[in-house]
Design a protein around this ligand. Structure first.
Ligand code: PMP
Length: 289
């Protein structure tokens, strides 16, 4: 495998970061998870724009243009024949001193890894996910804002531990006010009648690229789509619930906190969106070849 690091592609063995990199020492950096489908990178510009917004939020100057970042991603995919895969694009603060001060770090480190995708098993899309709500709450918006995709994912890791320890693959995280924020690595939607509701950014949701695409596709198909606060009760009483994310795409949820959602099997609107999203994602993007 070839990895993009230090402005060039090197073999996996030589792709190393310093122990003084603040990405390692403090989780000081930002990242994106991106998909390629059929030889095209899906929503590359949107991912780069979000990466740069995350970087700006933490006063990190990436030092590469959007075009140069896009080219690094495409070159890495090409070098690894990553035509249907998963790309991790990250920027660390770079090498600094043992103290916190990020301004002492000399140069940010841009890394691109193009790998295989770890998907949910196929049967999950047919049968749906069983999840729980977990005690660990989503970051407060005045803490590490949930819209900063930072390398410090420990809060979500704690929530994931709670999910896995309870035998679940995902979990719903609430915000400090007790409203639904999102899942540990995915956004959440409820469906009632023909109306889809997903929490707004200020409620602790990352502005997911899959989420935004699903919102657009759903309105084009005549569904009503709203951003609004959701309570656990709203999810328990929804006709359908689904999650969205780059790796997961659209995945049905059929049980939350041991309560059946709807009739306990993936509903028609979710199944429709699973299909239409996948069709759209596989038919557009920045060419790799
Ligand atoms: N929420 C969180 C916390 C995430 O890490 C992700 C995955 N990046 C998402 C939502 C989904 O976002 P996207 O659709 O852009 O992958």
């Amino acid at each position: 495998m070839k990895v993009y690091i230090n402005d060039k592609l090197v073999s996996e063995r030589d792709a190393k970061v310093s122990v003084f990199d603040h990405g390692l020492l403090y989780g000081d950096g930002v990242f994106e998870g991106i998909r390629s489908y059929n030889g095209r990178v899906f929503m590359l510009d949107e991912h780069i724009e979000r990466l740069l917004r995350s970087a700006k939020s933490i006063c990190l100057t990436v030092g590469m243009s959007k075009e140069a970042i896009a080219s690094a991603v495409v070159q890495t995919c090409k070098a690894n024949r990553c035509y249907d895969g998963y790309i991790r694009l990250l920027v660390t603060r770079g090498v600094g001193e043992l103290g916190l001060n990020p301004y002492l770090c000399k140069k940010p480190q841009v890394i691109v890894i193009a790998a295989n995708i770890q998907l949910y098993p196929k049967e999950i899309y047919e049968k749906g996910l069983t999840i729980i709500t977990v005690p660990t709450i989503r970051n407060h918006t005045e803490s590490i804002n949930p819209n900063i995709k930072s390398l410090n994912y420990l809060n979500n890791v704690l929530a994931k531990i709670e999910a896995v320890n309870a035998g679940c693959m995902e979990a719903i995280m609430l915000n400090a006010q007790g409203f639904v924020a999102e899942a540990t690595g995915d956004n959440v939607f409820s469906v009632r009648g023909n109306t889809l509701v997903t929490p707004p950014r200020w409620a602790g949701a990352l502005e997911g690229i899959t989420r935004n695409t699903v919102m657009r596709i759903a309105s084009e198909h005549g569904y009503v789509v709203r951003e609004d606060t959701l309570t656990r009760c709203d999810l328990y009483t929804a006709d359908e619930v689904f999650l969205t994310g780059t790796a997961a795409e659209v995945v049905p949820v059929v049980m939350i906190d041991r309560r059946s959602i709807g009739i306990g099997t993936p509903g028609p609107i979710t199944r429709h969106l699973v299909k239409t999203f996948h069709q759209f994602a596989s038919s557009t993007g920045t060419p790799i070849r």
